[in-house]
Write a protein that binds this ligand. Structure first.
Ligand SMILES: Nc1ncnc2c1ncn2[C@@H]1O[C@H](COP(=O)(O)OP(=O)(O)OP(=O)(O)O)[C@@H](O)[C@H]1O
Ligand SMILES: [Mg+2]
Length: 360
């Protein structure tokens, strides 16, 4: 179902995106070693990644790094090692074919179709080397880190260094990294920093954009048609105007209309309610860190777009804040994608979140 509110896994469920899917798949086929799939939240990165991994003949392992981090509060090498191995466990063909290679890795044991870490001298690099050797026989192995910006919390494990080593020395691996917090992902990878391990390494960037209005309308029409629900053209236009071309919101709108038989206005309200609860969850960590984030988001959502105006608003509400602290907070919001900066003006790029933030 086009409106299903979960990341898609098959091409038939994916609306449009043929170009990006083709680009992603052909970059793997060409043997590129580092591919970045970038875009704001809810544009469909995970869906695109899932579909590509399903379609490509290559053995693949995917880790949701954001989920891993929130579950373990860490992404140290044992945690990521465990996730890599459990991403393999159960994939019969992969474990069977790679068994001989995996058994050679210190600290890893294979029993049946389960692969586990058994001792502390386990090394991620050795595991990647084993997968690279396996890839030489089986064809390139794809390792996908969904929401890879969370790899920056590796502590003593420096994933940028590990990635740089792999990109240089392990030709049978392709890493696909997705990131909705694009600025934070680049802060972690530092591809332009001469002192950073990944400096100068080639990476193929694929940027997901929102749907154009015509395409958004087509997405809604197609989705309603698929389930035989008739909807007025005027309502489609209004939904496109309010939800913009963000597939996650469009799908949620369609889903609530169809499954809960809501009218247009009610469904829009429901999307806003849902957006509020999603935003509360996503932002709670940030707000716990500094209550100023909340007020900055509100100011930008209310239309204050210049640095000085936003700062004045925050000062009015919360009292004195020094310039560099304020700049750092604002910059973090830009890096995490909640705020966009263009020609010196700050805005909220997602109109649904903009409405939610006005009420903060
Ligand atoms: N091209 C598409 N066709 C159909 N549904 C889509 C498409 N893109 C996204 N969706 C739907 O939108 C929602 C968000 O998609 P997805 O989770 O893949 O996005 P994301 O970019 O990974 O988001 P996040 O940054 O929150 O992880 C899902 O419900 C998904 O089913
Ligand atoms: Mg995702």
């Amino acid at each position: 179902m086009l409106f299903s509110p979960y990341p898609k896994t098959r091409r038939e469920e994916l609306f449009d995106r043929e170009v990006e899917l083709g680009e992603l798949e052909s970059s793997v086929e060409r043997g590129e070693r580092l591919v970045l799939l970038l875009g704001l939240r809810r544009l469909g990165k995970s869906s695109l990644l899932n579909v590509a991994l399903n379609e490509l003949p290559n053995p693949s392992i995917k880790i949701d790094v954001r989920k891993t981090y929130s579950e373990f509060s860490s992404v140290n090498r044992y945690v990521i090692g465990k996730m890599l191995l459990s991403g393999m466990s159960g994939k019969k063909r992969l474990v069977e074919e790679a068994r001989a290679f995996l058994e050679r890795v210190r600290g890893v044991s294979v029993s049946g179709f389960r692969v586990e870490i058994t001792s502390r001298d386990f090394s991620i690099t050795e595991l990647l080397e084993a997968l690279n050797d396996y890839g030489e026989e089986a064809g390139r192995v794809v390792i996908a880190f969904d929401e890879a910006q969370y790899l920056r919390f590796g502590g003593a494990t420096r994933y940028d260094g590990i990635l740089a080593y792999a990109v240089d020395n392990l030709p049978n691996l392709t890493f696909i990294l997705t990131g909705s917090e694009v600025g934070l992902l680049f802060d972690f990878l530092k591809p332009d920093d001469p002192n950073a391990p990944l400096f100068g390494r080639y990476h193929h960037d694929i940027a997901l954009e929102r749907f154009e209005p015509g395409l958004s309308a087509e997405f809604l029409r197609r989705g309603f048609e698929e389930v035989g629900v008739e909807v007025r053209e005027r309502e489609i236009e209004d939904a496109v105007e309010k939800l913009d071309g963000i597939p996650g919101w469009l799908a949620l709108y369609g889903y609530t209309r169809v499954t809960r038989k809501l009218r247009h206005g009610e469904a829009i309200e429901e999307v806003l309610r849902e957006a509020k609860s999603i935003a509360d969850g996503e932002l709670s960590r940030l707000f716990a860190y500094s209550p100023r984030y909340r007020v900055i988001l509100k100011a930008v959502a209310l239309g204050y777009s210049r640095w000085k105006d936003i700062k004045d608003y925050v000062t009015l509400k919360l009292g004195y804040v020094n310039d560099s602290n304020f700049s750092a907070l604002l910059e973090n919001l830009v890096k995490s994608g909640y705020v966009e900066k263009r020609e010196g003006r700050y805005t909220i790029p997602d109109p649904v979140l903009e409405r939610v933030f006005r009420e903060l």
